[in-house]
Design a protein. Sequence first.
Length: 248
Amino acid sequence: MTSASDIHSKTVLVRKLESIATFSDEERQAILSLPSQTRVLKPGQDIVRDGDTPSQCCLILDGWAYRYKVLGEGRRQIFSFHIAGDIPDLQSLHLHTMDHTLATVTEATVAFIPHQSMRELTMRYPSVGAVLWRDTLVDAAIFREWMIGIGRKSAFGRIAHLFCEMYLKLESVGLASDHRCPLPMTQVDIGDALGLSNVHVNRVLQELRGKGLITLRSNTLVIHAWDEMIQASEFDPTYLHFEQRAAG
């Protein structure tokens, strides 16, 4: 039997998925009733590792996580950042061996949902399965935008684009408003995500501050000039495919 706390924890998943789709009351209740086990993880702790064959998906309930891979000499490439409501390893339902690692950025509360329960949900409610598929397609669209940034944008454009993206993702699920949002990633994290050195990231952040575009202090980002940030980074939110946003 699903406990009240389990149901409450799944509301973040419903909130996330309803930013890109809509559900019937029955479908929403089926998602809320998914069984799970919840754990609180420390910052920098691996959730699932490259080469693992997991039997469950993880849902971020609180905190931040990121996907990464380590190359020779300890060089790290970050592929994505994840917030409450995300299921960063949803692909493990069908790709049985992990080809990268998922870890926490901050202390994070994570719910682990058995693969079998996810499969039963999607078989019983095909439209929910379609929404989860849509979520993975949006994930792929974000990867494409990051590839464009790393391949063709300036360091200034890459960082400004990342800030715009993270703000809108947080706003869409009610975790940000008024162009203010949490941003707990370090300069090293930003550099490893965007292919930049720590020195280069520092210079761009100083430039963004110097131009009055942002304030970044105590893991909180404030974007003072949204239109200028969009223009500087050539940011077009179409790739995020939002259908609605939570009230922030």
